[in-house]
Every structure is written in C-alpha cells, then in structure tokens.
Ligand binder design. Structure first.
Ligand code: SF4
Length: 221
C-alpha cells in the first residue's frame, strides 16, 4: 500500500477520521481568507484573538473599509505585523468589491479550483498555503495546505525529499491523497507534529508512524 495512505490510516486511528473530519470553514470564504492572512507569522491563539476582536468591532466588511487602516491595525494588533496585514486586508477588500460588487468571494466557487487558485494568488500577501487553506476549509474544494509540521513529517517519514519545499509537498499530496481525506489528513498531520513529531526530540517510541518512518529507521530513536 502507498506509504502516504498508510500514514493517513495510522493518523486517523489517533486523531480525526474520514467520517468525522473537523468543522473549520466559514459560510463566507472571504472570512476564511482574512483569517488565514491574520494567521501568518503567528500562532492560532493570537490569530483567533485578532479575528474575534476584528469581528466584534467591525461586524461586516464594509465597516472595516469605512473605519480605515489605523483602526483596523489596532483591532488586529495581537496577530502581529498589524501594519502590513491591515494594508493587505484593505487592498483585498477593495479588489473583491471592485470585482464582485460586494464583499464576498462566494461567486468564485462556480469557476472551479484552478480559477479560484489563480484569483486568490493574485491578491497581496496570499501565498500557496493561504490559497490551499481557503480552498479546503471555506470552499470545501480538495487541497492540501502544507505548514511547518507537515513539511517536517513529510521529510522525516520519507514521503518527500529532505529538501522538498512546502509548495512541492503540497502538490505531491494533492496528487496522491483521495479528495475526501485531504481535510482530515491536513489536520491530523499538524496535530501529530505538535504532540509527537516535535522539531527537536521527536517521540518516535510513542509514534504510530514508527514502522513506516525513514527518520526512525535511520536514527533508531
Ligand atoms: S517515527 Fe519519529 S520522526 Fe517519524 S513521524 Fe514518528 S515521531 Fe516523527
């Protein structure tokens, strides 16, 4: 059996499985896109605090536009890089309104994955991971975002080369992982990277991937 599928199976035995993937999306994909921009270079707690405060102060996206950069910066400060992120958010909101006549990107769904990917990539501060997150969580379109945990696990287990970039790993996983398993696989690999496959001193003896993992075999950890 393909090593990637064995990894997904093993992680599903520990975390979420295919029948019960986590609920992580937003009714309006623009919300998910902005949340993902806030998540850049910070942790989930600070991201969520910033997004909650943003929504509490400005419940609708036109409110953000009318408030302007300085008040937006204050609202999202806990996410860090507030000046940069506020500028990007305002530019994105302006572009979306200009393209769709409303603060919504729901209409993109009709065009399919490649078109959505291309549209989102053209927005400021939106990289491959942000696009994949928005596709997967908010448009419910299969994609495989790759963060630092998934990169580390992919390299260590040997499903990716030791120098493979997150974008290369994402493309590889999207080509192999069944569509219904992308969401659970993404979330489970991150969970595993946080609790077992640490950057330093991975807990290989307690790991469900130890039989499959190249790092474990090579280091006899
Ligand atoms: S066996 Fe060790 S290195 Fe391999 S995935 Fe598990 S914790 Fe990470």
């Amino acid at each position: 059996m393909c090593r990637i599928i064995r990894i997904l199976d093993a992680l599903e035995s520990q975390y979420h499985n295919e029948e019960c993937p986590p609920e992580l999306g937003h009714d309006e994909p623009l919300d998910g896109l902005i949340l993902t921009i806030l998540s850049q270079n910070t942790n989930d707690i600070n991201r969520d605090r910033a997004f909650s405060r943003l929504k509490a102060e400005f419940p609708a996206w036109p409110d953000v536009v009318h408030a302007g950069a300085s008040r937006l910066e204050d609202a999202i400060r806990t996410a860090g890089l507030a000046h940069t992120k506020a500028g990007r958010i305002l530019t994105i909101l302006g572009r979306v309104y200009s393209d769709f006549g409303e603060y919504s990107i729901r209409g993109l769904a009709a065009h399919g994955r490649d078109y959505i990917r291309e549209y989102l990539r053209a927005l400021p501060g939106v990289g491959a991971k942000t696009v994949a997150c928005t596709l997967l969580f908010d448009f419910k379109i299969p994609a495989f975002p790759v963060d630092t945990h998934i990169t580390r696990i992919s390299r260590r287990t040997g499903i990716a080369g030791g120098k493979a970039s997150p974008e290369e790993i994402s493309r590889m996983l999207e080509g192999v992982v069944p569509e219904t398993r992308c969401l659970g696989g993404h979330v489970n690999m991150i969970a595993h990277g946080r609790v077992v496959c640490h950057p330093q001193k991975p807990e290989c003896l307690a790991c469900v991937l130890s039989e499959i993992c190249c790092y474990r075999r090579n280091n006899d950890a």
